[in-house]
Design a protein around this ligand. Structure first.
Ligand SMILES: Cc1ncc(COP(=O)(O)O)c(C=O)c1O
Length: 442
């Protein structure tokens, strides 16, 4: 630990999703970031194999974004968007819409993925009410889904620890599809598993149980990240889309990690060629330079809600003080320009084959029970130690950090999602570091 670390008071910051006592006993602190690398407070370079938290897709410290933000703060620090506006809010919405599937171009800005999820759920309720089907109040999520930490998101989500502490107050009228994780049939699949599309048919069972007339929306991540990289089986999303359409249920894709290039396409929707009614996003929307999220709604959803009331009435009773904050909007415009100019999604697409190969080379390493991947995402699932889920992956994570590579882990699954500027040599460094770490842990 550096002298800077030892003099720092760590007691006041209650850290999120962190083992606070463990962390504060042996903290890991970054002080700078540029390109593919963080610098720790003791001046070590750490290769970022996670794009921060799946969010810094254009790489760290992009001068264009910094300049856009600083210029905007000097020109106008803040302007409300309730009954007022500023041009950059509209410009940012137009730019975001260009990255969305056709017709999913009505953009509502938030400040995070969790807020985007809550916004999308509210849009679904508002839409059905405006159509005279206000009894459609039920949501269908999926086991192992992660939709952030708002009450809406944890209710629709399916990650047990995120739910159980708050279980008495989850939203009512929520049911869940089964998850698609099936190692018996799909372990070590490259890309999309070939079996599992039938799991979407479970929606028919839920419709039979609750009746379609009570269901507002189905919400899924097209590729689930936070639960440990679950790639959708071939045909699964297509089937969900068909069933939602058949029953008048809105389909929400939570693209908080997949939007803006993670799969080598602007959205997972475009990658899988399945178009939902509503898309949630955040993170890479502005390279995580300033907190920002967004929801892209279909014109049908938007127009139904907006045209329902009187001309002078507020149509959607929802919004945030910082919706389309000028600095966040400036960062979004600059970021989206970088994605286009540097052709970063094409780059991600081109690199995905060597990324896949490098990940799957760890198949014979100790403790590995599955490797899965798509685009620039990979997951390596380890055998858990009896009675100590997550302990082995934590040790691998620590060893990698000490060896200069930042990876993520959930339970005993290691996850990789580097910035889209990663190169072949860095891909090799990521997976060879993990290989060494796997060899060294018990
Ligand atoms: C799919 C998905 N939805 C929602 C969220 C929540 O986003 P935030 O942490 O910005 O609230 C995340 C965060 O990782 C996510 O992966």
């Amino acid at each position: 630990m550096s002298s800077q670390q030892t003099t720092l008071d760590l007691s006041n910051f209650w850290m999120p999703f962190t083992a606070n006592r463990q962390f504060k006993a042996a903290p890991r602190l970054f002080k700078a970031a540029k390109g593919m690398y963080y610098t720790t407070v003791d001046d070590r370079a750490v290769l970022d194999a996670t794009a921060g938290l799946w969010c810094v897709n254009a790489g760290h410290g992009r001068a264009e974004i910094t300049q856009a933000v600083s210029q905007q703060l000097e020109t106008m620090d803040y302007a409300p968007t309730f009954q007022m506006g500023h041009p950059l809010a509209f410009e940012a919405a137009t730019k975001v819409a260009e990255f969305m599937p056709a017709g999913r171009d009505r953009i509502f800005f938030t400040n995070s993925g969790s807020e985007s999820v809550d916004t999308a759920l509210k849009m679904a309720l508002a839409y059905h009410r405006a159509r005279g089907e206000g009894q459609r109040t039920r949501f269908i999520g999926r086991e192992r889904g992660y939709h952030g930490v708002g009450f809406g998101g944890i209710s629709v989500g399916g990650i047990v620890p995120n739910r159980k502490m708050f279980s008495g107050n989850l939203m009512p009228h929520v049911d869940h599809l089964p998850h698609t994780h099936n190692l018996a049939e799909s372990a070590f699949t490259r890309g999309q598993p070939t079996s599992g599309a039938h799991l979407a048919d479970e929606l028919e069972r839920l419709v039979a149980l609750h009746d379609a007339s009570t269901i507002a929306a189905v919400s899924v991540e097209p590729l689930a990240g936070s639960t440990g990289v679950l790639v959708p089986p071939k045909g699964y999303l297509e089937r969900l889309r068909e069933l939602c359409t058949k029953h008048g249920i809105l389909l929400i894709f939570d693209e908080v990690i997949t939007a803006f290039g993670r799969l080598g396409a602007p959205t997972a929707s475009e990658y899988f060629k399945v178009v939902p009614d509503i898309i949630t996003m955040a993170k890479a929307i502005n390279n995580a330079a300033i907190p920002m999220g967004a929801v892209a709604a279909s014109r049908a959803v938007h127009d139904t809600v907006v045209n329902a009331g009187a001309e002078n009435a507020i149509e959607f009773f929802h919004g945030y003080t910082y919706t389309a904050h000028p600095a966040a909007a400036a960062a979004a415009v600059a970021t989206l320009d970088i994605y286009k100019r540097d052709r970063l999604f094409e780059r991600a697409n081109e690199l995905s084959a060597s990324f896949e190969d490098a990940a799957h080379e760890l198949r014979t390493s100790p403790h590995v029970k599955d490797i899965r991947n798509l685009g620039l995402v990979a997951g390596i699932e380890l055998e858990s130690r009896p009675g100590a889920i997550g302990a082995r992956a934590y040790e691998v994570f620590l060893k990698c950090f000490e060896a200069g590579v930042l990876v993520r882990y959930t339970g005993d699954i290691l996850a990789f999602s580097p910035p889209l500027i990663v190169d072949e040599q860095q891909i090799d460094q990521i997976f060879s570091t993990v290989r060494d770490a796997l060899r060294d842990v018990a």
